[in-house]
Write a protein that binds this ligand. Structure first.
Ligand SMILES: [Zn+2]
Length: 188
């Protein structure tokens, strides 16, 4: 019996260390697909810049092909989440998805542009990233929308796009993003 233990304990330790290495250093190869959201098909899905951010750093970039498909490879470390953004002609940088883990080393991801909107129990739209509603504002598009001017005691003038319960996009061209989270400073 002690002999068996002598073999099993190192084996368990070896397996644990192998598993640990696997979860921290193996690259993730993503096969991705950008698709129009049936609720808003106005986005052009070809030649979009796709990038994934973790802990505020860009981990990988790609450009969608003629079908809206792309490939991304990066090595996850200890990121709190992996945030998939896209940008393109006529499209502001917009968050498409935020995930905390991948089910395999070769996940297949289909991302809708714009992403589906989710609401909390009070029917308030929640942010794709922080999953909270309290800093989420509906984006208003249109020229000449007012900004809120704030003058600090030292005389410094700052402007905020947030007016009442709306975020003013400062462009007359209607964008794809419909909401803005002021906690994460992103549009979705
Ligand atoms: Zn947020």
């Amino acid at each position: 019996m002690p002999k068996l233990l002598l073999i099993t304990i190192p084996l368990i330790l070896l397996l644990a260390s192998v598993f640990n290495v696997r979860t921290t250093t193996l690259p993730v190869h993503i096969t991705g697909h950008i698709r129009n959201n049936p609720k808003d098909t106005s986005a052009y899905i070809i030649s979009l810049n796709i990038f994934v951010k973790g802990n505020d750093k860009v981990l990988a970039r790609a450009i969608t092909d003629a079908h809206g498909d792309f490939n991304l490879t990066f090595v996850p470390r200890h990121e709190k989440s992996f945030d998939f953004f896209c940008a393109g002609i006529g499209i502001d940088t917009i968050l498409l998805a935020s995930v905390t883990s991948f089910e395999s080393d070769t996940p297949d991801l289909t991302l809708l542009i714009p992403a589906d909107i989710h609401e909390d129990s009070l029917q308030q739209v929640i942010c794709l990233k922080c999953h909270k509603a309290d800093k989420v504002y509906k984006i208003a598009y249109g020229n000449g929308l007012p900004l809120v001017r704030t003058i600090s005691p030292s005389g410094k003038v700052t402007y905020s796009n947030i007016v009442g319960n709306q975020y003013n996009a400062e462009t007359c061209i209607g964008g794809i993003a419909r909401y803005y989270c002021d906690r994460d400073k992103l549009k979705f």
